[in-house]
Ligand binder design. Sequence first.
Ligand code: ZN
Length: 499
Amino acid sequence: MSRTYETFVERLHELADLGHAQGLMSWDQETYMPPRGAAMRARAMGTLAGLYHERLTAPELVALVADLKDAELTGDAAVNVREIDRQQSRSLKLPKELVVELSQTESLGHEAWIGAREKSDFALFQPWLEKIVALKKQVAERVGYEGAMYNALLDEYEPYARAEEIAPVFAQLKAQLVPLVEQITATGLYPARGVLDQEYPIEQQELLGQQVLADMGFDMEAGRLDLAVHPFCAGTSRDDVRLTTRYSADWLPGSLFGTIHEGGHGLYEQGLPADASGTPAGASVSLGIHESQSRLWENMVGRSKAFWTHYLPKLRALFPQQLSAVDLDAFYAAVNQVEPSLIRVEADEVTYNLHILLRFELECDLIEGQVAVAELPEAWNERMEQYLGIRPPDDALGVLQDTHWSCGLLGYFPTYTLGNLYAAQFFYQAHQDLPDLEAQIAQGALGPLKDWLNEKIHARGARATASELVEEVTGAKLSADYFIDYLWEKFGSLYGLSR
Ligand code: ZN
């Protein structure tokens, strides 16, 4: 390997080390930091973010990238140069004043959003969101884009994705989901009532979560599980992956499926290629691919009948009083109850993506100027009624429920639905490659699936883009068909519906 490339990799490792410190500091902020630590922590994180930007755009690294772009690189070297070039040119195109103004507006906008949500008064947040949208458009103009302006924002979370490509897939999904939700609602069945809303002592919930994580193959020598108000998975490297969860004594699914979800993210991080650690080639592909790993474990495995064939007896041993009279069919139906609801983070597998599609459509319209910020609450409520048949009674339960836009995260929401679609496509392929998969899951043998995901997805790092990876692993382009088929097979039989 050339001396130039070696120097380039040394610089990448320094960037990764700065990222390591940032990751650990933000994990600590959400878990163990005492409240009064917040002000100094914010300053320290700001300093590190500034250092990272300085290093990424340093003239030496810019020159190294320019030299290496002329060399005929292959393999990981080509991936690393391509990715650093992409990140670097994005950063170089943004003037410092714009970055500072955006970051200040986001933190003040976030404060305004908290107040607006408490009072359920969108007008308090409206001027801030107007400013954020205007600044995001400036960002898009500066970094440049092909096709829709929205693509410049989407690229930050789902690199190389384009609104023109995902919008038709999402439209196809919506056309199937809306009538499916209507049919399920019309059955009037609510199987979770009475089964899940009982007291489930937290100590036993902890035991259960730890057991399932161990069965999934999450390595506690290279990871941890802690408590957080808003659960997430963070990490400093593949050998140090931090999961978080939260417990509620009167709602079992929250912690259990939350822990499995974060465990899916954690397995991805632990499975990244060791030989490319600290470089883009050894990192995860995109937020959408990351979310595919968590949703696959949470829903396609964790809410499957095969899974509960093995785990219901274990659950009954932990909670004998609560579950003595509940059989497998009743429990399986309970953890898969479908019910249109106002809040995205509480939504079930069938209705969840309609919450996301609504947000994706509205943020595209905001950026393209089709909808004004002032019109958002009404546009939101109208779509909720069209897609889910329910209308939020106030803005707190409607347009103000998510923190994302107040933090400047425009272009982020579609990664959730992409994750669900990728997950279904991967899971379909896993069944083709592992014909005994259902039987293995029903015996609590989750290792073969983990090994398959390790080999096909995790160990690839970011050597392929998301769309390349999907095609490599499944032999087909991204499609909503796999997810729709999966939903019909599962919920058609649960609710006695035929297609
Ligand atoms: Zn997730």
